[in-house]
Design a protein around this ligand. Structure first.
Ligand SMILES: Nc1ncnc2c1ncn2[C@@H]1O[C@H](COP(=O)(O)OP(=O)(O)OP(=O)(O)O)[C@@H](O)[C@H]1O
Ligand SMILES: [Mg+2]
Length: 503
């Protein structure tokens, strides 16, 4: 079959980095093509070249055999390339329906937007994909996952020959992920090609048939996915040998180093409206406690309550036995509690500051003596974390917004780690981080735990919870429904507890 999309020898350079270094990439109708590589390998850049966000410096893009060059994303969409980007980039202030039909609103005879029809059509379209929501609500009032689903429906409802998805599942709940997979299946049956970027191996092997591997802006492999074992694929992404990965790939994690010690953090009877109902948990120094549960079970709210960001109707948070002033984020931080938030765009990264500034931001008060901030000290810290987390930057003074998505996440993690907190609350810490760095992040958390850090780990990836946590607290509807440790830390038992069957 002739390729629907054919990229030859594309080069794209930014100041200081060759993001795409002669990449060729071919996609045939109906195939589900995985595009993989480490953080910063060039995946998003390739997609942006395909969709007219960036112009390539050289090379050629053919769509259905014809050379194309789009100057704007809507042109690519009109030509049949539809895209869901890594970060939701719809308009939060306008309604869900208006977002679905943005740029192609149904019109009345008089050329005015036909709101009634638009709302009706949007509702029908969304429920066709199992999404029931008030389409007149501003998009921004939906959860990040729901927004991503709206973006998905928008993308597949246009007449496309190719649908590109850049890490579509990173903010989705398991149920939404299933919906996404059925959408991919439907596209496949209709002969529409899908380009799928993800760091999650399970997903790739479940839905993709072809794979292209990028490394440092170069295409290093393309072919059927099933010809490669997972470990071979990872080795190719990282440019390491299979035996090397077998030896050093997995990180030991999860012994109970501090059994018997007094809790460093205790949350007692936290309640907040309908969201939290009498939640109690404690973490000893050196312990990693995982929070398991479904969307809306109160995981993020529990973390926010601990750090003082969620108003409480009742309950107390104690650090080292001393009660904190309720609802005071500053007090929590001074007591050594830090939180890595889930939504890095809204709550974390400051795009117009450099990588260095973003990293040392939270540690500045500790780094300054008599109001003077030692540049040397800053440099040392920044260097250490850039190396340890393998953050891909051309130099630390580069704007953080120029980093790839996964590398921005690492910068945030570095920010909280370098404040040497006593208690670290991590909400989806490795979301969007590639397999190599994931192991590094987990090893680093483990190391800090051995030095006495208490960690609360929220993750929707079962594997990460089972590998990473010493103990799991299971939440349902804002209440603790179970606690698992030791031999009970198995997937079956955790799933049963999440579903509400008492362990
Ligand atoms: N606008 C930009 N200005 C400068 N450098 C950029 C810009 N966009 C991307 N880069 C650089 O290009 C390289 C490739 O980035 P890209 O976003 O394509 O990575 P990626 O493979 O999508 O990674 P991730 O898995 O983290 O999303 C990185 O080194 C990144 O810092
Ligand atoms: Mg990317």
């Amino acid at each position: 079959m002739n390729p629907v999309l054919d990229v030859t020898d594309v080069v794209k350079e930014f100041v200081g980095v060759r993001a795409l270094d002669g990449v060729s990439f071919t996609v045939r109708p109906g195939e589900v093509h995985a595009l993989v590589g480490e953080n910063g390998a060039g995946k998003s850049t390739l997609i942006k070249v395909l969709t007219g966000v960036h112009r390539p410096d050289s090379g050629e893009v053919r769509l259905r055999g014809e050379v194309v060059s789009f100057d704007r994303p809507v042109r690519a969409q009109e030509a049949g390339i539809s895209t869901i980007y890594q970060e939701v980039n719809l308009v939060p202030l306008i309604s869900v329906a208006a977002n679905v039909f943005l740029g192609r609103e149904p019109r009345t005879r008089f050329g005015l937007v036909d709101w009634a029809r638009m709302n009706r059509d949007a509702k029908e379209l969304l429920s066709g994909y199992g999404i029931e929501t008030d389409v007149k609500r501003p998009l921004g009032t939906l959860s990040v996952g729901a927004q991503q689903m709206v973006a998905l429906v928008r993308a597949v409802s246009t007449d496309a020959d190719v649908v590109i998805m850049d890490e579509p599942t990173s903010s989705l709940e398991p149920r939404e992920v299933e919906t996404l997979f059925s959408v991919v299946e439907r596209l496949h049956e209709k002969g529409i090609a899908v380009v799928y970027v993800s760091h999650r191996m399970d997903e790739l092997y479940r839905i993709c048939d072809q794979v292209t591997v990028l490394r440092d802006g170069k295409m290093v492999h393309t072919g059927p996915l099933n010809d490669l074992s997972r470990i071979e694929l990872v080795a190719m992404m990282l440019g390491r040998s299979v035996s090397d990965i077998r030896e050093h790939g997995a990180t030991a994690f999860g012994e109970d180093h501090n059994a018997g010690k007094e809790p460093l953090l205790s949350a007692e009877n936290l309640s907040s409206g309908v969201r939290l109902n009498d939640v109690s948990l404690s973490i000893r120094p050196g312990e990693v406690v995982g929070l398991a549960g479904l969307l809306g079970s109160g995981r993020t709210e529990t973390a926010r309550a601990i750090v003082g960001a969620l108003p409480l109707d009742g309950g107390t948070v104690l650090v080292g036995g001393k009660a904190l002033k309720a609802g005071d984020v500053g007090a929590a931080m001074r007591a050594g509690i830090n939180m890595l938030a889930e939504d890095r765009k809204a709550e974390g990264i400051i795009p117009n500051l450099s990588v260095r500034e973003n990293i040392v931001l939270a540690a500045l008060p500790q780094l300054s003596r008599f109001g003077v901030i030692s540049r040397e000290k800053q440099d040392r810290i920044v260097d250490t974390f850039v190396k340890r987390l393998r953050i891909k930057v051309s130099n630390p003074d580069q704007l953080v917004s120029e980093l790839s998505g996964g590398n921005q996440q690492k910068v945030l993690l570095a920010r909280w780690l370098c404040t040497k907190p006593k208690v670290l609350l991590l909400d989806e810490p490795t979301r969007g981080i590639d397999v190599g760095a994931k192991a590094e992040v987990q090893a680093l958390i483990d190391e800090l735990a051995q030095e006495g850090l208490a960690v609360l780990l929220i993750s929707s990836e079962m594997e990460e919870l089972l590998d990473g946590a010493d103990r799991l607290v299971v939440l349902k509807d804002g209440a603790v429904v179970g606690e698992l440790s030791g031999d009970d830390l198995t997937q079956d038992k955790v799933l049963a507890a999440i579903a509400g069957e008492a362990p």
